[in-house]
Design a binder for this molecule. Structure first.
Ligand code: AMP
Length: 221
C-alpha cells in the first residue's frame, strides 16, 4: 500500500517521504471530497485505510519546542494534496447533519483545517488567536499548555448570541487551549456543538477539561 522512506535532515530530525500506491478503495476516497448530502456507508469502511495513511503523515519531532516534548508535525499532511483533502474530509464527515453557523479555529494550525472546513461547509470562520494578534476589541482567556502558559483572545463581535459553532484544531494535548477557546465561545453567547481535532494525545487526558462538550479526534496517540 505504501513505501515509507526515512531519512534524517541536517538538524537530525526524521524526514519522511511517502509514495502511495493506491488500491482502488482508498484511491476513491482520498481523491474525492466527501459528499455531504449523501449518507455513505462506504465512509466507515475506508476510514481505517485513510487513518493509517494520515498517521504516516504525522512526523514526530523530538525536543521541539522544548526538551522532552515530542512535537507532532502535520506539515507532511498539508503538503500532500491527497492527505490534506482526506484530513479535511474527516472533519466534514463529522459536521454532516449538524446545523452549524460558524467554525472556530485555534491559532495557528487550527486555522489551516478550520478555515478549509468552513469554506467547504459554506459557513463563516472565526479565529481564536494568541494574545496580541487580533486588531479589534477582544475577550481574553488564560490557559496552560503542555509546554508553557499563554492567553487566547477572540474578537468581541466574532459570534452572535445563539450561534452554533464547531471548534477545530490540529491537536488536543492537555486541553488548556481548547478549554480557553470554549470559554471564549461561551462568553460570546455561542453554543459549542463539538470540539474536533486531527490528533489527540490521549495520555494527557485533555478531553476531561472540555467536559461536557463532545470531543472527536481522528488520530490517537
Ligand atoms: P493543549 O492546550 O495542551 O491541549 O495544547 C494544544 C495546542 O498546542 C494545539 O493548538 C497544538 O497545536 C499545540 N500542541 C501542544 N502539544 C503539541 C505537540 N506535542 N505537538 C504539536 N502541537 C502541540
Amino acid at each position: 500500500m505504501h513505501d515509507r522512506h526515512q531519512k534524517t535532515d541536517r538538524r537530525g530530525y526524521e524526514k519522511i517521504s511517502i509514495h502511495w500506491k493506491f488500491h482502488s478503495r482508498a484511491a476513491i476516497s482520498i481523491g474525492n471530497p466527501v459528499d455531504l448530502k449523501r449518507a455513505s456507508a462506504s465512509i466507515a469502511l475506508v476510514n481505517s485505510d485513510i487513518l493509517e495513511k494520515l498517521r504516516f503523515g504525522v512526523r514526530d519531532v523530538p525536543d521541539f519546542p522544548k526538551k522532552g516534548i515530542i512535537f507532532k508535525d502535520i506539515t507532511p499532511i498539508l503538503s500532500d494534496h491527497g492527505l490534506f483533502r482526506a484530513s479535511i474530509d474527516l472533519f466534514l464527515e463529522r459536521c454532516r447533519g449538524k446545523k452549524i453557523d460558524k467554525i472556530v479555529g485555534i491559532d495557528a494550525r487550527g486555522f489551516l483545517f478550520g478555515s478549509t472546513v468552513a469554506y467547504e461547509l459554506g459557513v463563516g470562520f472565526v479565529p481564536i488567536r494568541k494574545r496580541g494578534k487580533l486588531p479589534y476589541k477582544t475577550e481574553v482567556a488564560k490557559y496552560s499548555l503542555e509546554y508553557g502558559e499563554a492567553e487566547m483572545e477572540m474578537h468581541i463581535d466574532a459570534l452572535e448570541a445563539g450561534e452554533q459553532v464547531v471548534l477545530v484544531d490540529d491537536l488536543l494535548a492537555t486541553g488548556g487551549t481548547s478549554a480557553a477557546a470554549a470559554a471564549l465561545i461561551e462568553r460570546a453567547g455561542g453554543k459549542l456543538l463539538e470540539a474536533q481535532f486531527l490528533i489527540e494525545l490521549e495520555f494527557l487526558h485533555g478531553r476531561e477539561r472540555l467536559k461536557p462538550i463532545p470531543v472527536i479526534a481522528f488520530l490517537k496517540y
